[in-house]
Design a protein around this ligand. Structure first.
Ligand code: ATP
Ligand code: MG
Length: 200
């Protein structure tokens, strides 16, 4: 008998997650519910090529924070395949490594979606996965639509939260509690991430 293959309707939420924050969780959750996904794989990038020009926290810290952020969240599965892979991280490698029978949906903020045409093998990415997009403050939906025709828009409030802003706030001594899950907040404190002169 041939093996029974179960097609999974899988969302993929990739990113640097430096740190993972509430807008990431909102993105995964609205995709899960609005698209009726079975699961959302949350996949931190190992060496994000788009961020080659800035210092990114160690992959192990970002992975641990993603793991904590997903703990107890129904439908979310942290996935460490990109942090374990050598070399620059390309989304297409991840999509191609997932079971061929899975139906894939790439979940992106509007900024990431607008840049997708510049990604490695962008045409293959769009071929393999549907693209679901969340609004992001300051981003014009028309620019996304001209970059990738036929995207699915997810209905969520545009949340003005970014990793960049959170890192700056921690560095300036502000509290980011409630903008990140409590477990992530505690991890950042424990490991002194994002403090000035921190080489994490
Ligand atoms: P950074 O400022 O370091 O780039 P970030 O907040 O943009 O951090 P990323 O890890 O770069 O977080 O983003 C991962 C994914 O989540 C991307 O698709 C990005 O567009 C999306 N995303 C992040 N923050 C938001 C937000 N506030 N609203 C919608 N999408 C978001
Ligand atoms: Mg970003």
């Amino acid at each position: 008998m041939p093996p029974i293959l179960t097609a999974v309707h899988r969302g993929i939420l990739g990113g640097t997650f430096d740190p993972p924050h509430l807008a990431h969780l909102v993105a995964g959750n609205v995709a899960l519910h609005q698209l009726g996904l079975d699961v959302v794989s949350v996949v931190p990038a190992g060496a994000p090529w788009q961020k080659a020009n800035r210092l990114v926290s160690a992959a192990e810290h970002r992975w641990q924070m993603v793991r904590l952020a997903c703990e107890g969240v129904d439908g979310f599965e942290p996935d460490d395949r990109e942090v374990r892979r050598d070399g620059w991280t390309y989304t297409i490698d991840t999509l191609e490594a997932l079971p061929a029978e899975d139906r894939l949906v790439l979940i992106l903020g509007a900024d990431a979606a607008r840049n997708l045409p510049s990604w490695q093998r962008a045409a293959d990415v769009i071929d393999r996965a549907s693209i679901a997009v969340l609004p992001r403050p300051g981003m014009d939906p028309a620019e996304v639509e001209s970059a990738i025709p036929g995207v699915i828009w997810l209905d969520a409030p545009a949340l003005d939260i970014s990793g960049t802003d959170l890192r700056h706030r921690v560095a300036a001594g502000s509290s980011i509690r409630f903008l990140v899950p409590d477990s992530v907040f505690e991890y950042i404190e424990l490991h002194h991430l994002y403090r000035p002169n921190d080489d994490a």
